[in-house]
Design a protein around this ligand. Structure first.
Ligand SMILES: Cc1cc2nc3c(=O)[nH]c(=O)nc-3n(C[C@H](O)[C@H](O)[C@H](O)COP(=O)(O)O)c2cc1C
Length: 318
């Protein structure tokens, strides 16, 4: 998720779940090939299993970007066919690629020829007036014939004009049955559901019929949810972390990043929702928001946020 699932965010999330697969922000293939690949692609070893999401539409450029990226050790390359933003449409990639399945298939094939990791696709259930299921079925048929075996399907259409990207995540209606039907028609493919999943119970229910689930906003906005993923979805009985413990486990990483010159706020902005819905949650958020951007801010700011939260919790319990 652009600006959200940065490396710092992924390191934070990984401490909560060993098994969940994490995805980068969409990175433009051209930026990798012609720009500073190291800056765009660098990640921490703890982030595995980690998928890189590419944006692009030129098969040869995608292949060059995939070859460079595979060298960095990603576990998967995912092609974005779901983003509806105007900027992305100008580059003829993102969701509008669903209108050109053969181009997507060529891109998938070109990437598969240069790397051994899986090449997957993230798409919508349709675009604009392509209301009928046959459009999606044809898209998946053509692209899977080129070797994509996993499709992450955001279960709503993208409307390519008239809606902002945010509205495009909210206004077009969700249709989970469409994704379930896709799985029935392509039982050999991994079909992963995305869109509107807010609880792990909802995920568990979908996993009865589908191969995977992808959480976007819920995981980011209420990250403590992730600490239950391993037990509930992967059957791993490692005890669930407390929020404070989670932060303390990040201390070595945070101090290393601070020493390398990363501003504290660039790390803590992903943590603001940690106490969402809990007593003291607003105090936690306020201390981090106010103090982390200050010059020289370091680990003591996190200790202060924890202390403020705990004092609210004690007052609430008294
Ligand atoms: C801030 C933000 C940035 C996003 N950036 C991307 C992106 O780079 N690539 C992508 O495939 N989807 C992106 N998305 C869409 C999400 O991956 C997801 O498909 C969508 O939010 C629906 O899932 P959810 O209801 O679980 O959030 C973004 C969403 C948000 C809120």
């Amino acid at each position: 998720m652009m600006d959200w699932t940065t490396s710092a965010c992924r390191v934070f999330h990984r401490r909560a779940s060993r098994h969940a697969r994490l995805y980068t922000e969409m990175i433009n293939a051209g930026a990798i090939v012609h720009g500073d690949a190291e800056r765009h692609l660098r990640f921490e070893p703890c982030e595995h299993p980690l998928a890189l999401q590419l944006g692009g539409s030129e098969p040869q450029l995608l292949a060059q970007a995939a070859a460079i990226s595979a060298g960095f050790g990603y576990d998967e390359i995912n092609l974005n066919c779901g983003c509806p933003s105007d900027r992305v449409q100008e580059g003829r990639f993102g969701a509008c690629l669903m209108l050109e399945p053969q181009r997507v298939a060529d891109g998938v094939q070109a990437m598969r020829e240069v790397c051994t990791i899986p090449v997957t696709v993230k798409c919508r259930i349709g675009v604009d007036d392509s209301e009928d299921y046959a459009f999606l079925q044809r898209f998946v048929g053509i692209v899977s014939a080129a070797g994509a075996k996993t499709f992450i399907v955001h279960a709503r259409k993208a409307w390519l004009s008239g809606l902002s990207p945010k509205q495009n995540r909210e206004v077009p209606p969700l249709s989970y049955p469409t994704v379930a039907r896709l799985k029935q028609d392509f039982p050999q493919l991994n079909i992963v559901l995305n869109g509107g999943l807010a609880t792990l119970d909802a995920c568990e229910a979908q996993l009865q019929q589908l191969d995977g689930v992808m959480l976007g906003r819920a995981a980011y906005e209420d990250p403590y949810l992730l600490t239950a993923v391993d037990a509930q979805l992967f059957g791993d009985s490692t005890p669930r972390l407390s929020r404070a413990e989670w932060l303390h486990r990040l201390r070595p990483y945070i101090e290393r990043e601070l020493a390398a010159g990363t501003p504290l706020a660039r790390i803590t902005r992903h943590m603001l929702g940690l106490y969402r819905g809990e007593a003291g949650g607003r105090a936690f958020r306020r201390v981090l928001s106010e103090q982390a951007p200050r010059a020289g801010a370091g680990w003591p700011v996190i200790e202060a946020a924890l202390a403020a939260t705990q004092s609210h919790q004690r007052a609430a319990a008294a």
